[in-house]
Structure formats: C-alpha cells, structure tokens
Design a protein around this ligand. Structure first.
Ligand code: 3PG
Length: 207
C-alpha cells in the first residue's frame, strides 16, 4: 500500500505508547472492534517493536505503523516487526535518505511551509503536520493549501475528538492522528471498553 492509500483508509490514526507487552494484543483487538483500520505505535518504549508484532498477530487486518522514528538506527530497530509504514516527528537530511532507502511507506513530520516544501522536494507529498495545534492548527493548514495544494497532511499533536472533524473538513487533510482515543493511562489500566468506545465514537462521528 502507498502512504496515500494508508492515510485514506485511516481517517483517524490512534498514536499509541505501549509500556507493557501484555497490553498490546488486547489493545489491538479493542481498536479493531471499534472500527479502526490503521494504528501507530510509537518507538518510545522498550517493548514497542514486540508490541507491534503482538498486535499484528492478534489483528492481522490492522495496518500498523511505527512512529517516533528519529534516525536510520530507529528504522533498523523497527524492521523485525515489519511496520506497514513509518512516521517521524520532524526530519533531517540524513533521515530523508534513510526513509527513501528503506522503501517503507513513510510520513515525515513537518511544522511549516519551508519544511513541507523540503519534504515534497525529497519526494514526500504526504506529511505529518506536527505538533498540529501549537504549530498553528487548522488556520495554518488552511493557509498552506493555497500555495501548496499538492501536499496532503496528517495533523497530529494536541488534537481532540472535537477538533478532529474541523481538521478533516480541510481539503489538504487526509486523516488526523492523536493519542486521545487510547491514552497511555487507559492502555496501562487495560481499560479496553473505554478504548473501544472511543474508537467507535470517532469512527461513527466521522462517517
Ligand atoms: C505524536 O507522537 O504524534 C503525538 O505525541 C501525539 O500527540 P497527542 O498526544 O497530542 O495526541
């Protein structure tokens, strides 16, 4: 799948920080039962790679990305779990090269017009707009659409259920990401009912 197809299938991507491996499979089941198709696990915990493997085993139809990729070393670290896509919070020249070399569909992070243009020049026209709310929110993305209509964004960072639909109404927003659907605390508590309900709510409200 190309990155554009993944974003289109997603509409909303829950960004997950999984601290304990045994939480991974039930979390994947709750999100899939809630109707979500695309999820992102962040490479911020020691179990992240094994957690993606466990989620893929539990829900083979989920499209699972690895986020918080900062370097070529992070890409290499994530390879054993065969992520369906990679997400970065920002980019560097060497990270662009590493993303292109690995061949995995990627969503590089940008926070302004210059970074968006640089990423597009490197061949990435689907980008994560991060951190979306502090970086200017819907007003900023709306303004970018005039000069940069070929770039599509997945805004992430500070987005709530209420704000998600405002972002999705913009022509240059393919999907939104955020941790509100399955927060770190809810995952740690194993509160699968709430997580499934939040996923269902978001899927239904955006339908
Ligand atoms: C990310 O890693 O993309 C963000 O931390 C998610 O942002 P949020 O927690 O503000 O939703």
């Amino acid at each position: 799948m190309k990155i554009d197809e993944i974003l289109e299938a997603a509409t909303v991507i829950p960004v997950l920080e999984i601290g304990a491996l045994e939480r991974a499979a039930p979390l994947a089941r709750a999100l899939a039962a809630g109707g979500l198709r695309v999820i992102e696990a962040t490479l911020r915990t020691a179990v992240a790679v094994d957690a993606v493997k466990a989620m893929k085993d539990a829900e083979p139809n989920l499209i699972i990305g690895m986020g918080t990729i900062l370097s070529e070393g992070d890409i290499e670290k994530s390879l054993p779990c065969q992520p369906d896509f990679l997400v970065t919070p920002g980019t560097t020249r060497s990270l662009f090269q590493s993303l292109k070399k690995c061949g995995i569909p990627s969503l590089p992070g940008v926070a302004n017009a210059s970074e968006a243009m640089t990423a597009a020049e490197e061949g990435f026209t689907a980008q994560k707009f991060f951190p979306a709310e502090p970086a200017g929110g819907t007003a900023y993305l709306k303004a970018l659409n005039g000069p940069l209509p070929k770039i599509t964004f997945c805004p992430t960072g500070g987005i709530s259920a209420e704000k998600a639909s405002e972002y999705l109404a913009l022509p240059n927003v393919a999907c939104v990401g955020g941790s509100w659907i399955a927060t770190k605390d809810k995952i740690a508590l194993g509160d699968w009912d709430t997580i499934q309900m939040q996923a269902r709510k978001v899927v239904e409200s955006l339908r």
